[in-house]
Design a protein around this ligand. Structure first.
Ligand code: SAM
Length: 274
């Protein structure tokens, strides 16, 4: 998904796939403090609706956050402004590579499901490396390339309705990286990070069926591309196929439950650049 496709979808993103991405926030902020560092200055890259930035501010970090999409930044600014503990966050519209922050300005950088959306991951990570103080840590998350309960749901709907997305424009082989612990850790090491650690974050994601579907209707993720490309009659069949499957996924709380995992990796800018 190129960042241009994030325009005007902040509200449905927040209800659906943004709520999913927020599942890793506690682990991301814990990882940013590995080594016993107290909360200092953090830069949140590809902040989207600002959930990581807002949680970081609430945890005592001094936060700068940026996103390429102005409507995401507008949504994040409004969300943070509604909270006394997040009103000091500085949100900026900016695109990697080429962000307007001085080098060596941050004790930590967070990139929650952002590196998997840029065209040049190595170039972007090298630039984020520059923004860290020596000894500062970058924490990144990506979705693994493997079968997931949400992926199975979307595939069943596609198989039943024949609504497949246009061919995905995957990154060229030389730019891409494996969406696994080893793949993300290797990417960080290639970009000059040291003390690289990677692990799987496992969680149960609970979401209302209509909230998740609002993300599909907004054209988010592969199922969203398929929906956007489908004829009106096919869209109706997609929703019917979804409705037919959600009861089996619904818990006693009335929400859909998905057992999911994300890949989290972090690394440090070494004290002496090598
Ligand atoms: C999946 S969302 C993640 C948002 C947020 N970090 C979260 O956890 O919800 C990816 C975000 O990256 C942004 N993005 C994509 N390419 C970007 C780039 N080159 N520079 C800055 N932001 C970018 C998009 O606009 C989008 O808001």
């Amino acid at each position: 998904m190129s960042y241009a496709e994030w325009a005007g979808i902040a509200a449905p993103y927040s209800r659906s796939f943004g709520a999913l991405c927020a599942s890793t926030i506690p682990e991301v902020l814990t990882e940013a403090r590995v080594g016993g560092h107290a909360p200092g200055r953090v830069l949140d890259a590809g902040t989207g609706t600002g959930e990581v930035a807002i949680a970081a501010a609430a945890a005592g970090w001094q936060v700068d956050a940026f996103d390429a999409e102005p409507s995401m930044i507008a949504f994040a600014t409004e969300s943070a402004g509604a909270r006394a503990d997040a009103s000091s966050i500085r949100f900026t519209t900016a695109t990697l590579p080429g962000i307007p922050y001085p080098d060596q300005a941050f004790d930590a950088v967070t990139a929650n499901f952002a590196i998997n959306h840029v065209d040049h991951p190595r170039e972007c990570l090298a630039e984020l490396w520059q923004k860290l103080v020596p000894g500062g840590r970058l924490v990144a998350t990506v979705w693994p390339w493997e079968s997931t309960p949400t992926g199975r749901l979307w595939r069943e709907i596609q198989d039943e309705t024949g609504a497949y997305p246009p061919p995905a424009d995957r990154l060229p082989a030389g730019s891409d990286f494996d969406r696994s612990e080893d793949g993300l850790a290797g990417l960080l090491a290639e970009c000059g990070f040291e003390d690289v650690r990677a692990r799987r974050v496992r969680f149960t994601w609970r979401v209302a069926a209509d909230d998740l579907w609002s993300g599909v209707e907004a054209g988010i993720a592969v199922i969203g591309y398929a929906y956007a490309a489908a004829a009106p009659e096919t869209r109706e069949r997609m929703r019917a196929a979804y409705d037919a499957r959600t009861p089996a996924l619904t818990g006693a709380d009335g929400l859909l439950h998905f057992e999911l995992s994300a890949v989290l990796a972090s690394g440090v800018r070494p004290a002496v650049a090598g």
